[in-house]
Design a protein around this ligand. Structure first.
Ligand SMILES: *Cc1c(COP(=O)(O)O)cnc(C)c1O
Length: 381
């Protein structure tokens, strides 16, 4: 069924939103096969963001693990993370639709920075809704968004964090849909967003597949990525889903531990439900109320997960793993000292999984290094 990945996905939204989503899907379907659109996107990814990103053989780490460990260097993108792949693509769509404003919500500010960046580049107005508490906590990203010319609207409702910011941003979009484009930051939400975000992030996997075949002459044995909403994961996994020999591992945030209720391990601890317009795995209590979640990594701190990831997990194509805060911090410093690369605390969850597991000699493993970790050091130290 359109908009579904097996049992997951769909579009659980009021009719007024559905109408806007249908329009967006029409434009997306048309543009993604349009030669001019594809050429524009390719050029932006290359000249603006610096793609292709390298596939780097981490030699010191490989020696330690007795296997070949490669890092897909999404940290080397402009703005230091994979999020720019998606916002560049969606900005092009917004432009094709004649929109003048970009609206989005942000939690810790990383998606907000990615949206503010492309708004500046495409000469569009940018309105970012952020929970008032988050605005205070994340003044560094708030400063970046301001420097880029975005307008930040603090949301004072409820808990004053991401959930209320989502509601406020969608509310604004519905009232201003004629000239406003709503940008979603991960492969989540109602159809068609999971499909659109997957499409724009699939550049990661397409590049990695070509690169590993040119370096090793064969497919990898394992591909490992951290999962928040699942956009960097589905981005790299997408190229390998049909290759049954390649094991796909998604690493979730176990926060302070799975035995506490301060974690964000959606596949491991959640069950199917409806959240943000999609049917997917959700961390919820016995009354189907969304539970509060927690991770040291702001990008992984989400009670849901992309519907395609839920589908791959439920049909056992993807293995779910988890890593707690402490192990993620250890992995961050380990990679920094071992390879001279400071990973984002989100990406460090995937690295930790590799550190904790044993591999056969000559096994080939690719870790998606979703972002750089400079942003995390002050807080962690
Ligand atoms: C936002 C973010 C993530 C988590 O988002 P996904 O949609 O799950 O990829 C992971 N790593 C970094 C560096 C991020 O900025």
């Amino acid at each position: 069924m359109e908009g579904y990945f097996g049992d997951f996905g769909g579009s659980f939204v009021p009719p007024i939103i559905k109408e806007n989503l249908d329009k967006l899907y029409e434009v997306f379907k048309e543009e993604k096969d349009n030669r001019e659109f594809k050429a524009q996107l390719e050029q932006l990814l290359k000249d603006y963001s610096g793609r292709p990103t390298p596939l780097y053989l981490a030699e010191n780490l490989s020696k330690e693990k007795g296997a070949k460990i490669y890092l897909k260097r999404e940290d080397l993108n402009h703005i230091g993370a994979h999020k720019i792949n998606n916002t560049l693509g969606q900005a092009l769509l917004a432009q094709k639709m004649g929109k003048k404003k970009l609206v989005a919500e942000t939690g810790a500010g990383m998606h907000g920075v990615a949206v503010a960046t492309v708004a500046a580049k495409f000469n569009m107005e940018c309105i970012i809704f952020q929970g008032a508490l988050d605005v205070e906590r994340q003044d560094d990203n708030a400063r970046r968004m301001k420097a880029l010319g975005a307008k930040i609207v603090p949301v004072h409702e409820g808990e004053q964090t991401l959930k209320e910011a989502v509601d406020a941003a969608i509310g604004y979009w519905v009232e201003n849909a004629n000239d406003t484009f709503y940008m979603l930051g991960s492969a989540v939400g109602p159809h068609p967003y999971p499909e659109i975000v997957r499409y724009f992030q699939s550049v990661i996997g397409n590049e990695a597949k070509k690169q590993i075949i040119s370096k090793e002459g064969r497919l990898p044995d394992k591909v490992v990525a951290c999962i928040g909403g699942g956009s960097n994961a589905i981005g790299i996994f997408s190229a390998f889903i049909e290759d049954e020999s390649v094991k796909l591992v998604g690493v979730e945030a176990a926060g302070e531990g799975l035995h506490t209720n301060r974690h964000a391990a959606t596949l491991t601890k959640g069950r199917p439900g409806v959240l943000h317009g999609m049917k997917t795995f959700v961390i919820q209590d016995d009354n189907d109320e969304i539970s509060p979640v927690y991770s040291i990594a702001a990008g992984l701190d989400y009670p849901g997960i992309g519907p395609e990831i839920s589908h791959l997990f439920s049909k056992e194509r993807l293995t779910a793993a988890y890593c707690d805060d402490k192990d993620a911090v250890d992995a961050l410093f380990y990679l920094s000292k071992k390879e001279g690369i400071i990973p984002a605390i989100e990406s460090a969850h995937a690295i930790s999984w590799v550190l904790k597991n044993d591999f056969k000699k000559d096994e080939i493993v690719i870790i998606n290094l979703s972002g750089r970790g400079d942003k995390d050091l002050a807080r962690i130290l």
